[in-house]
Design a protein around this ligand. Structure first.
Ligand SMILES: NC(=O)c1ccc[n+]([C@@H]2O[C@H](COP(=O)([O-])OP(=O)(O)OC[C@H]3O[C@@H](n4cnc5c(N)ncnc54)[C@H](OP(=O)(O)O)[C@@H]3O)[C@@H](O)[C@H]2O)c1
Length: 175
């Protein structure tokens, strides 16, 4: 059996998620939201798992990785191992690993990037999307796939503003 998982993503108004290998915005409130969401667990004896593509791992500043208090998993076809994270070669094996460690893993979050989101969104085990909507076109080169057909919104925060960008935190659930 494969455990369900959630996706966490920040998108601009063209579904853009990144540019030149990094995030084309600086939103401390969104970073805090990401950290709080992916770190929160009910059972203090467990950790959540964050699954990311190798390029997203590379995009994290060295001081920030591995993401603290979470089990980090890198998806890569060419890496075989990493001292600071689990390495897997496909999403199915990653989810199986999480399932085999349910005694220590509480919730699985897929955190990007674009290549990984394509596979993840197609999975019937993808339960919720935590989407930060940034209300501007930031001319990204990496995108999040269309999702509104399969997911419906169950929560929308008030609009926040930082660095001249308006954004909202939304939650979507599979229809
Ligand atoms: N806005 C957001 O919420 C958000 C979140 C995360 C990332 N980002 C941005 O997204 C961009 C990075 O995304 P990206 O699409 O370029 O790269 P990515 O998805 O982070 O990583 C791509 C790499 O993952 C591995 N990979 C891809 N598909 C795989 C599969 N099916 N099985 C095993 N491994 C697989 C490959 O690694 P190898 O080459 O090692 O084989 C591939 O090169 C950056 O700009 C980053 O800042 C944005």
């Amino acid at each position: 059996m494969t455990p369900s998982f959630n996706i966490v993503v920040a998108i601009d108004n063209q579904n853009g998620i990144g540019k030149g290998g990094i995030l084309p915005w600086h939103l401390p409130a969104d970073m805090l939201h990401f950290k709080t969401l992916t770190s929160y667990k009910e059972n203090q004896a467990k950790q959540n798992m964050v699954i990311m593509g190798r390029k997203t791992w590379d995009s994290l500043p060295p001081y920030a990785r591995p993401l603290k208090n979470r089990q980090n998993l890198i998806l890569s076809r060419k890496l075989t191992q990493h001292p600071d994270a689990i390495v897997m070669h496909n999403l199915a094996d990653s989810l199986q690993w999480a399932h085999d460690h349910l005694d220590t893993i509480e919730t699985v979050y897929i955190i990007g990037g674009g290549q990984i989101f394509i596979d993840a969104l197609q999975s019937p085990h993808c339960h919720k999307l935590f989407v930060t909507h940034i209300e501007q076109d930031l001319e990204c080169d990496t995108f999040f796939p269309p999702f509104e057909h399969d997911f419906h919104q169950i929560y929308r925060s008030e609009t926040l503003t930082e660095n001249n960008l308006n954004f909202t935190f939304c939650t979507y659930e599979r229809r």
